[in-house]
Ligand binder design. Structure first.
Ligand code: SAM
Ligand code: DTB
Ligand code: SF4
Length: 342
């Protein structure tokens, strides 16, 4: 019988899952994964930084915070035409969702029509749209929804009781408020966090507990492994044990059975074997394309070969498209047929 969707998880239950012998945890996660998804399908998103750097916030992991000297060149909001050209290329390379990120604490009302134009045009290509722009007011979320936005990404980032070690310029409650505005506007939520920031297993369980006990499970749950960037306060943090990372994916899969669990930032420094373990533990979404926002991601050919070696197919989505040259069902270059030649 399929697992019940619960919003009343208890901390001890999550810690008990984390404490399971590794093979048993993987088995339980893999079983839940199969109740809701084809484990051979992985959803593919591409990210674009539409406004880079110069951010007033102090997130200790982030290369885009103005206060840290990280060598990121601040760039103003891109033109819509340039964004659409990148979205078209992402679709051709196999993405089904295009995520636009801006290094803002929150958008100004005057920014919303510009972002809305990007969303409208990207959507017309037959791609799912996602945006991550910082904190949102209710009316802003509504305007983005009306422009055709499908998903809004806003992460809790870490457990509430570790949050003060990472961010001081906005509160945990601010994040929960934004998520509420996003849900109320009828947008799908993309919400997860980062591991490898010096937190304990209890903190990792605390993050998953907060996510799983939201009024609705996030539709997508990005699990980022910290990308250490010189100049940020977290540069030089101790590396997280890779098996602990896989445990994080597995517990996320078990407690949020219907969500897409995204193996998000940090793949560039992961072995193929570690990524395969993550897919086996229930991860079923990735960012594809050689850049995340400002840092690197595995190159496209490498990902294509990895999918082929693992017999994984990109998940297809049906989106209403006005672009008749590139119809709504996304047929992807990354196909398992090339397995034989990989
Ligand atoms: N400024 C907006 C915000 O903070 O909501 C949107 C962009 S922000 C870069 C989106 C997310 O990227 C953050 O919440 C964080 O989880 C993730 N992120 C940023 N820097 C990262 C890093 N160095 N390693 C892993 N994840 C990172
Ligand atoms: C998310 O959780 N991870 C993505 C996306 N949402 C916007 C961002 C990762 C950023 C990694 C650091 C960088 O490239 O600047
Ligand atoms: Fe700014 Fe977002 Fe980076 Fe925080 S994570 S510094 S809000 S761009």
């Amino acid at each position: 019988m399929p697992a019940v969707i619960r919003h009343d998880w208890r901390r001890e239950e999550l810690l008990a899952l984390f404490d399971l012998p590794f093979p048993e945890l993987l088995f339980q996660a893999a079983r839940v994964h199969r109740e809701h998804f084809d484990p051979a399908q992985v959803q593919v998103s591409t990210l674009l930084s539409v406004k880079t750097g110069g951010c007033p916030e102090d997130c200790a992991y982030c290369p885009q915070a103005q206060r840290y000297d990280t060598g990121v060149n601040a760039q103003k909001l891109m033109d819509t035409g340039a964004v659409v050209a990148r979205a078209r290329a992402a679709k051709q390379a196999g993405a089904s969702r295009f995520c636009m990120g801006a290094a803002w604490r929150s958008p100004k009302d005057r920014d919303i029509p510009k972002v809305a134009a990007m969303i409208r045009e990207v959507k017309a290509l037959g791609l799912e749209t996602c945006a991550t722009l910082g904190m949102l007011e209710g009316h802003q979320a509504q305007a983005l929804k009306e422009a055709g936005l499908d998903y809004y990404n806003h992460n809790l980032d870490t457990a509430q009781d570790y949050y003060d070690s990472i961010i001081h310029t906005r509160q945990y409650q601010d994040r929960l408020d934004t998520l509420e505005h996003v849900r109320e506007a009828g947008l799908k939520t993309c919400c997860g966090g980062i591991v490898g920031m010096g937190e304990t297993r209890e903190h990792r369980a605390g993050l998953l507990l907060a996510l799983a006990n939201l009024p609705a499970h996030p539709d997508s749950v990005p699990i980022n492994r910290l990308v250490q960037v010189a100049g940020t306060p977290l540069h030089g943090s101790a590396e997280l044990d890779p098996f602990e990372f896989v445990r994080m994916i597995a517990v996320a899969r078990i407690v949020m059975p219907r969500s897409m669990v995204r193996l998000s930032a940090g793949r560039e420094s992961m072995s193929d074997e570690l990524q395969a373990l993550c897919f086996s533990a229930g991860a079923n979404s990735i960012f594809h394309g050689e850049k995340l926002l400002t840092t690197g991601n595995p190159d496209t050919a490498h990902d294509q070969a990895l999918f082929a070696r693992l017999g994984i197919r990109p998940m297809e989505v049906n989106v209403d498209a006005d672009d008749h040259d590139h119809p709504g069902t996304v047929h992807l270059d990354i196909a398992p047929q090339c397995a034989a030649s990989a």
